[in-house]
Design a protein around this ligand. Sequence first.
Ligand code: AMP
Length: 214
Amino acid sequence: MNIVLLGAPGAGKGTQAEKMIEAWGLPHISTGDILRKAVADGTPLGIQAKQFMDAGELVPDVVVIGLVKSRLDEPDAEKGFILDGFPRTDGQAEALDHELGAADRAIDAAISIDVDRDVIVRRLTSRRTCRSCGKIYSLIADPPADPNVCDACGGELYQRDDDTEATVRNRLAVYDRSTAPLVEYYRSKGVLHVIDGDRPVDEVFADVRRIVEG
Ligand code: AMP
């Protein structure tokens, strides 16, 4: 199954993707994660991407499309994939369809996770991520015993540079301008499913399961 997760930053795409990997073992392709790793490793791609990411702006299409194309060519993506944070523009969506179409493949489901803006701002500014194992916490909904230490592995918890309030507001404005129209793009292709993301993680996942397992 080839799945696209849509939804504003902070809607819970990464959290649902983790549960989907556990349930179905599909590879999780998160352009945000790939770019953050490139920034942390100081690669030329990371150096180029960092200025856009810190400002909450989109990294240019040509860069991100190239990344996803090469990731989709890896053997594990043949059985299906979960795309998280891609596509984010019309150009990316069209490039993705073109790439998949050339291999006689297509997106089977685009799952859009809907959450109110105020909830998102609260969620993102309270989000913490483990530097070692990548586990995501909310200091409000799912607080670790110590706000600086991962319960799972003891690693250091950090706040993403782009999760400060001013950057979050800009990321939401960018989402409205560039990414929200993709909901209509996938609706017109007959593969869109909209779910309410302002509920406990397992309830949201029950909806995802119904969509994926039909
Ligand atoms: P995310 O973790 O998906 O919220 O992505 C974090 C940041 O990485 C975004 O604010 C963008 O700067 C950049 N980014 C991630 N995915 C894309 C994409 N598909 N197109 C452009 N920029 C992206």
